[in-house]
Design a protein. Structure first.
Length: 259
């Protein structure tokens, strides 16, 4: 047996050729514990956990009902383009985020549209002095490349405008090679870390910049797809390239331990 360091929602762990493999809870799909588990399999495991009441929920967390659902995943772990809840169906992007209105079961989703750009906007708690911009950029770039294993070339920007920190992850279809982790999976792991509900096994994220703990008030995640979404809402700005789906996350007051 072995411990799956990068995913705590697994069972039946075993070592194969020196690598820890486990079965994802809810789907039974085998996952390689040396890398991130796909968002689809993680959501499936989480829904199962919340149904049985075992999952510890962060206090005061805002639950976006559209955000967490019981997804249909391919055997590779990616989302199926069409997702349904009973007789209601919709199409999703590679991040599993809805990109059409909800329809009946006859809906056709011809392809899984790629989310090529994810914007993660975090707001830190009130403080007198701004954080050091260079230290902050270094912390997030190092964390994303080491903790979430994303090739640094996909981090297109880390911007700090007190109190907002904005991280741009860009990875279009032609960029991504087979061994690369997907930006949607990285964003999900980061979102969970910021909520204080880490997917990692006993390894919470501690945001410490210049030896000072930084606390966060909220995180918003925007998803931009390669093909514009198909909502009928008239409120979408004309010429806006893609949907901006916002997942607002209430942050647990103390995010502690290990960088």
């Amino acid at each position: 047996a072995c411990v799956c360091a990068k995913n705590k929602r697994v069972s039946n762990c075993r070592v194969v050729d020196g690598v820890c493999w486990c079965d994802a809870v809810g789907s039974g799909v085998s996952v390689n514990c040396n890398t991130l588990t796909s968002k689809c399999l993680l959501m499936k495991a989480e829904v199962l956990g919340s149904k049985s009441g075992r999952r510890e929920k962060p206090k005061d967390a805002f639950e976006d009902t559209d955000g967490l659902y019981d997804p249909e995943c391919e055997n590779t772990g990616v989302f199926k383009a069409k997702q349904c809840n009973g007789s209601t169906c919709w199409c999703v992007n590679t991040a599993g985020v809805r990109r059409t209105d909800k329809h009946d079961a006859d809906l056709k989703c011809n392809q899984l549209v790629r989310t090529m750009w994810i914007i993660i906007e975090m707001k830190h708690a009130e403080r007198n002095a701004p954080l050091n911009t260079e230290s902050l950029k270094k912390f997030f770039k190092d964390t994303i490349t080491s903790r979430y294993m994303l090739d640094g070339r996909y981090i297109s920007n880390v911007l700090y405008e007190k109190p907002y920190i904005t991280i741009d992850l860009k990875q279009n279809s032609s960029d991504k090679s087979s061994g690369d982790v997907d930006i949607a999976d990285v964003a999900y792991y980061l979102e969970k870390d910021m909520k204080g509900d880490s997917i990692f096994h006993n390894n919470r994220l501690n945001v410490s910049i210049d030896n000072e703990m930084v606390h966060f008030e909220k995180t918003v995640v925007y998803y931009v797809d390669e093909i514009a979404p198909e909502f009928t809402m008239k409120s979408l700005t004309p010429g806006l390239v893609a949907v901006i789906v916002v997942v607002v996350v209430a942050i647990v007051a103390a995010i502690v331990v290990l960088v």
